[in-house]
Design a protein around this ligand. Structure first.
Ligand SMILES: [Zn+2]
Length: 322
């Protein structure tokens, strides 16, 4: 199996890296992978992970719900409930960042859209890692012109069949022309992508000059990460290659000429990740939920005053002015 061994930090290129600990693939194989830190810039990454061509089998599990629609089991049912709430929040978040409504008051907005006018159809949205297409469909229903990129052919087919969406394969990203999109979203996707720098650079070039990129990423400095340590579900090795914090995201985006304009907490992620972490730790089913609610609530409250406590962070960035 081809293995990717990283000797230089993907963000700052320093060769000063050291192993932080061995993380277990709790989700699927129970194999361990070293998690390393760059001692120069603090970036954390999984090392010796399977290459893009061979990592597929680590995603093969009936439990992998990112791309499935299983509604059995409490975790899956909660996931579907959360997803519905999150879809609404995500599209609202996009609407706040792009388009004419940026300048309009809420009252003006309400009257503008009260007759179900779809005046956003000239706003082009690209979702990278669009999965089964629920987010893109919600954005389409709100009038955006949407395109998705998805590596998994089953998920792609699902989105095309169920929502008639325009979804392309992973390679299509590289043939998108410059200045094509007003908004590009990656919801928990960048941490999975092997060619990190190339992807962020490409996003910068295909984004229009005033466009926004919205990235959601786990934060390994969060309250729940510190609480669960080796059992923290968002380490998710070897599927998560890169482990971010607000500080290292700023460094990565700055390197590719982006300025972060806003950071937001994702409270539901804290509960979901805590619940999975409790499961990996072997807590009984009832204690699992109670403890996860406690950890998730404390983390959420702490994140209100300091984003560094947030389990996942949404970063909203714009291109730096040349
Ligand atoms: Zn570094």
């Amino acid at each position: 199996m081809p293995i990717i061994n990283i000797t230089n930090c993907p963000i700052c290129s320093s060769s000063n890296t050291s192993k932080a600990f061995d993380a277990v693939d709790h989700f699927s194989t129970k194999e361990t992978f070293p998690i390393c830190d760059c001692t120069s810039c603090g970036f954390r990454f999984t090392n010796n992970f399977p290459s893009e061509d061979s990592i597929g089998r680590y995603y093969d599990s009936p439990d992998y719900i990112s791309h499935s629609d299983s509604k059995s089991g409490l975790i899956n049912r909660l996931y579907h409930f959360f997803r519905k709430q999150m879809l609404k929040k995500k599209v609202n978040l996009v609407s706040k960042q792009v388009g004419p409504e940026q300048q309009l008051s809420q009252k003006a907005l309400e009257s503008k859209y009260s007759k179900k006018t779809k005046s956003k159809d000239n706003i082009r949205l690209l979702d990278i890692g669009s999965g089964t297409g629920y987010f893109l469909n919600a954005a389409k229903e709100r009038g955006y012109t949407v395109t998705g990129i998805e590596k998994d052919s089953n998920a792609r087919d699902y989105a095309i069949t169920n929502f008639a969406l325009d979804i392309k394969d992973e390679q299509s990203l590289w043939s998108i022309e410059n200045d094509s999109f007003d908004v590009i979203t990656l919801w928990h996707v960048l941490e999975h992508m092997e060619n990190l720098n190339e992807v962020v650079a490409k996003i910068n070039s295909i984004l229009k000059p005033d466009g926004v990129v919205i990235l959601a990423l786990p934060n390994h400095n969060s309250h729940d990460a510190k609480k669960y340590k080796g059992y923290w579900a968002a380490h998710d090795v070897p599927r998560h290659l890169w482990h971010f914090t607000p500080d290292t995201v700023e460094k990565l985006l700055g390197k590719h000429l982006f300025n972060i304009i806003k950071q937001k907490t994702m409270p539901l992620d804290a509960f979901y990740i805590s619940m999975l972490s409790e499961k990996y730790r072997g807590s009984g089913s009832l204690t699992q939920y109670i403890k996860a609610i406690v950890v998730g609530t404390v983390g959420y409250l702490l994140s209100l005053s300091d984003i560094n406590n947030s389990s996942s962070v949404i970063y909203i960035a714009k291109k730096a002015r040349k």
